[in-house]
Design a protein around this ligand. Structure first.
Ligand code: NAD
Length: 452
């Protein structure tokens, strides 16, 4: 099929590339021409594992191309996917200005296109949008053009850091359609990705739009729940890791997404949870649980800072701390709403000097913090002369470090582990004072014994 993708960010680029990989002819469009130039030069404007090779191969084989000219990109398309950003507006609702801008441009294109007088253009909304957006986009297009079109919804569930794998082998594909023909086209397009009997779920556009918000709210709820329980464990003399294992074996609960940490962030959960609350407010339905999930998370982003303040007391100003991990999660360079940002701001304000390391996110962090931080290419380099180590993101390479080397490099052997990467007893055995999230602490050299 001939496909256009409007918005070549994390979702648009991954979706377009994977659709090209399955044999479609795909043009990715973006209004930021600098991004298009990077892609045309065979490079990536973002970090996403496994993506570069796919982009290069599909460009070489002429199935994938990039342009900042919407008209040129749409010229031959049978289907256009809208993958533009839908950030948070000041009132918490989703800001749809990018979607409406694309709608206006699509209408202009349709008015001048001879192709779509007879054969309809299928416009597919992949961006995360509030319930009712599909209908509104349909009405906007219908008021501007007499050309033939249909608007479908196809929310995206990929995870940054595993986006290619998620798109290629989705748990499910959800489509919201109003006609059998739209369903047929989308079913055909996704068939290569669903060969292992993964479901293709057809519903109304409104249900498809709602599904995406409910999925993200559920995932955010799981994390906020375990974070709240972790904080409680600390006060009760229990260890969240034991409790987590104790509940996870119950098949009704399971293990996934029940790892405590310094709060959830990223480009989706914060804005989508806020947008869901705004939707509920608009229709005067209470969303008490989701509001609490958000409030718990705001507080959780400050838990690491509290532990650091409690440890150093009045001596905090003037200390130097090493920070490992800045991206909102491992395997991405995305720092949107990352918990690390809250911590960095807090520590800078407290007069702490910071030596930071992240395998991929440092250019994005530098763009915000400039010379206020010391950027270290290697994790151990960040420890040199630092008074302690704070771990914010659980990159794989932090999991099995050389504790002896770390102890030699740090001025004081103390680790604030925001991801519970280490066993308190093991770290204490290496002579460290250790603070986890909801873990029992251990005296350096002794067994796990007291709460943090
Ligand atoms: P992004 O910011 O990385 O990319 C969006 C792109 O759209 C940008 O490159 C921007 O320049 C472009 N754009 C905006 N307006 C445009 C216009 N009028 N014409 C052409 N290009 C335009 O955003 P993203 O992370 O890819 O997210 C896109 C959507 O997908 C959002 O609604 C998001 O909530 C949703 N989503 C994101 C993820 C994720 O993990 N990032 C996962 C599922 C769903």
């Amino acid at each position: 099929m001939r496909i256009a993708i409007v918005g070549t960010g994390y979702v648009g680029l991954v979706s377009g590339t994977c659709l090209a990989e399955s044999g479609n002819d795909v043009t990715c469009i973006d209004k930021v021409s600098a991004k298009i130039q990077i892609l045309q030069a065979g490079k990536l404007p973002i970090y996403e594992p496994g993506l570069l090779e796919l982009v290069q191969r599909n460009c070489r084989e002429s199935r994938l191309s990039f342009t900042s000219d919407l008209r040129q990109g749409l010229e031959r398309a049978q289907m256009v996917f809208i993958c533009v950003g839908t950030p948070q507006a000041d009132d918490g609702a989703a800001d749809l200005s990018n979607v409406w801008a694309v709608g206006e441009e699509l209408a202009q294109f349709l008015n001048s296109s001879t192709t779509h007088k007879s054969s309809p253009l299928l416009v597919v909304i992949k961006s995360t949008v509030p319930v009712g957006t599909n209908r509104k986009l349909h009405d906007l297009l219908a008021s501007r053009t007499r050309a033939s079109f249909e608007v479908a919804s196809n929310p995206e569930f990929l995870k940054e850091g595993a986006a290619v794998e998620d798109f290629m082998k989705p748990d499910r594909v959800v489509v919201g359609v109003r006609s059998a023909e739209a369903e047929r086209l989308l079913r055909e397009l996704y068939a290569p990705f669903l060969r292992t009997e993964r479901p293709f779920l057809v519903m109304s556009p409104e249900s498809a739009e709602m599904t995406k918000y409910v999925a993200n709210a559920m995932l955010a709820t799981k994390i906020s729940f375990i974070n709240e329980m972790a904080n409680l464990c600390e006060r009760m003399g229990a260890d969240i890791n034991d409790v987590r294992r104790g509940i996870g074996h119950d098949a009704r609960i399971g293990f996934q997404f029940l790892f405590p940490g310094p709060g959830w962030g990223g480009s989706c959960f914060p804005k989508d949870v806020q947008a869901l609350i705004a939707m509920a407010r608009n229709v005067q339905v209470p969303a008490r649980l989701v509001e609490s999930v958000l409030a718990v998370n705001e507080a959780q982003k400050r838990v690491l800072g509290s532990k650091i303040r409690a440890h150093y007391g009045d001596a905090l100003a003037g200390k130097t701390l090493a920070v490992w991990g800045l991206a909102f999660k491992p395997r991405t360079d995305d720092i949107r709403e990352a918990p690390a940002l809250v911590l960095l701001d807090e520590l800078i304000a407290a007069g702490v000097s910071l030596r930071v390391h992240d395998p991929e996110a440092m250019p994005n962090i530098r763009a915000i913090y400039g010379e206020r931080l010391t950027y270290c290419d290697r994790p151990y380099g960040a420890l040199e002369g630092a008074d302690g180590l704070v771990i914010v993101t659980e990159w794989q390479e932090f999991r099995n470090p050389d504790f002896e080397l770390m102890r030699r490099l740090l001025v004081e052997p103390v680790i604030f582990d925001g991801r519970n990467l280490y066993e308190p007893r093991t770290v204490a055995g290496h002579g460290f004072k250790y603070y986890g999230i909801g873990r029992l602490t251990a005296k350096p050299g002794g067994p796990a014994c007291s709460t943090a």
